[in-house]
Design a protein around this ligand. Structure first.
Ligand code: ATP
Length: 502
């Protein structure tokens, strides 16, 4: 089944997952609010990341640094001078584009066979490569409507200057545009008071490297992880929560010895890079993303920052095509060196065994919480026909499911059923997120919970009054089992626990 972005956006709106921000004022483009279901989902994604890194390992510390930082941080990190995107405008339709995101343009020379002397027409098409360009030209209406053999392609399609993807118009020369949002500290909007909304969480980690190292008495290798909001004044935000101007990152800086400081057999910086590639890929799979929808894409030399020894993107097959979920880079000693130079503080690590100071290398797996949430949503979404009716279900991993259990009375006009169901829901709430619902008929209630990925539904019926048993329904198999009411908590707790382990 192909999942479309429209299906995901519509489900999110209908079921309280994600809303357009400031909707009553007409909305603010590309900004989104997580509703009651979405906030749980995103919290669970972040919790899954935090647990895997901080609680399940013993070499990583957590951090929550401020969004506003000393402006020199961004001078040192290079963001003030070079955190820029090339911006181009369409001279015709005035749309604005990021030059490095424009699809390639190919010019295809067409010769009319009827009037071979004079007519050479150059057609411009957007395509990935020359083959695709040819195919595209041959599938145009113009091509098809001419008498057979009217046009001939002359030579190979050639790469050409990009044109506007919207209207095919000519584009302006690129201008560099800094993506950082500026604001002012204090009442006077003067240059001295300028601060930036952080465009990444990573720098909060680097400037706290020494604090964490000494207070937590760490030795290399060790990591510092943080989750938090970042802001980028993106030129072309879009594709729902894939690219927004305000988003959340989950970043780890894993400090390790540079290869040449390692003893034989000791993992080097490049070994740790490999380690983190595998770990991060496995994390997505562990929480439910199918292997065939994930891949690693190594950056070519033209994409690699000058200081980086390697960078790979974890990509997901989104409805918009393969796109980045997370970047994993070996950033060498670049960031700590820069902060050392600009702050004047000695940020070197003292290696007792070697009896020397040096600057650690760092491996950075940097993920987006919103993009991960979108990927989990897309991968879990299914439409299927059950007993002649369409069923939409989010088969989310139990750990990510916003609501773990929903309790219903089979008949809402029977006070004794309602009372038992409400009491059960109250009891279960103390162990995991449970809701009580009696606002529709049972079939509809099941469907509602399926659509938001609730793994378990419990129904209290007339028989419960005599046999003390309830029906437990499984979201994925739709199988129903009867079990004593007092066992419900333990059964669900155990299934949730097993899912975390798996
Ligand atoms: P892109 O090439 O997509 O702009 P990037 O390479 O600039 O991304 P990084 O700086 O490596 O991204 O940021 C790490 C992660 O943060 C990304 O993999 C992505 O998941 C997330 N992220 C970055 N920019 C955005 C954004 N504008 N909206 C949502 N998530 C983002």
């Amino acid at each position: 089944m192909t999942v479309t972005m429209d299906a995901i956006v519509s489900l999110c709106k209908r079921r309280g997952v994600i809303f357009q921000s400031s909707e009553i004022y007409g909305g603010l483009a590309s900004t989104w609010d997580y509703g009651p279901i979405g906030v749980e989902l995103k919290r669970n994604v972040k919790e899954a990341w935090w647990r895997a890194l901080i609680y399940e390992r013993d070499d990583i510390e957590g951090l929550d640094a401020a969004i506003l930082m000393h402006p020199q941080v961004w001078v040192a990190s290079g963001h003030v001078s070079s955190f820029t995107d090339p911006l181009v405008d369409c001279k015709q339709c005035k749309k604005r584009w990021r030059q490095d995101h424009l699809p390639k343009t190919f010019a295809v020379a067409l010769v009319s066979t009827e009037d071979s002397e004079s007519s050479v027409t150059i057609a411009r098409v957007l395509a990935e490569d020359a083959d695709e360009a040819l195919k595209k030209i041959k599938s145009t209406k113009e091509w098809g409507s001419k008498p057979k053999g009217y046009w001939q392609v002359e030579g190979e399609p050639q790469l050409a200057d990009p044109v506007c993807p919207e209207c095919g118009g000519e584009l302006t020369e690129p201008r560099l545009f800094n993506l950082m949002f500026k604001t002012f500290v204090g009442p006077v909007e003067e240059e001295a008071a300028v601060v930036y909304l952080r465009p990444e969480t990573a720098q909060g980690i680097f400037v706290n490297f020494e604090n964490v190292l000494t207070t937590m008495r760490r030795k290399l290798p060790f990591g510092i992880a943080q989750i938090g909001k970042s802001f980028r004044n993106e030129i072309t935000p879009g594709n729902f929560i894939f690219r927004t101007r305000e988003f959340e990152q989950m970043e780890l800086e894993y400090f390790c010895k540079p290869g040449e400081k390692c003893k034989p057999g000791e993992p080097t910086d490049m070994d740790w890079w490999e380690h983190w590639k595998a770990e991060r890929l496995n994390w997505y799979k562990r929480f439910g993303i199918r292997a065939e929808n994930l891949r690693l894409r190594e950056h070519g030399p033209d994409e690699l920052a000058h200081y980086a020894k390697g960078c790979v993107d974890v990509e997901y097959r989104f409805p918009i095509g393969w796109s980045e979920l997370e970047g994993i880079a070996n950033r060498t000693d670049y960031d700590l060196s820069q902060h050392m130079r600009h702050s004047g503080r000695d940020l070197r690590y003292y290696d007792q065994e070697r009896g020397e100071h040096y600057i650690p290398y760092v491996i950075e797996p940097s993920a987006g919480a919103d993009r991960a949430t979108l990927a989990f949503l897309c991968d879990a979404y299914r439409e299927e026909i059950v007993e002649g009716r369409e069923r939409r279900v989010l088969s989310l991993h139990y750990a990510l499911a916003p609501i773990k259990c929903a309790v219903f009375p089979l008949l809402k006009n029977r006070p004794e059923l309602v009372e038992v169901a409400q009491k059960l829901a109250r009891d279960l709430k103390r162990s995991f997120f449970t809701v009580y619902d009696d606002t529709a008929a049972i079939g509809k209630l099941y469907r509602r919970q399926d659509e938001i990925g609730t793994p378990f539904c419990v129904t209290v019926d007339v028989d419960t009054m005599t046999d003390g048993q309830v029906t437990l329904r499984d979201r994925d198999t739709m199988l129903q089992e009867r079990l004593p009411i007092e066992k419900v908590r333990d059964v669900i707790t155990e299934r949730l626990r097993q899912a975390w382990k798996g």
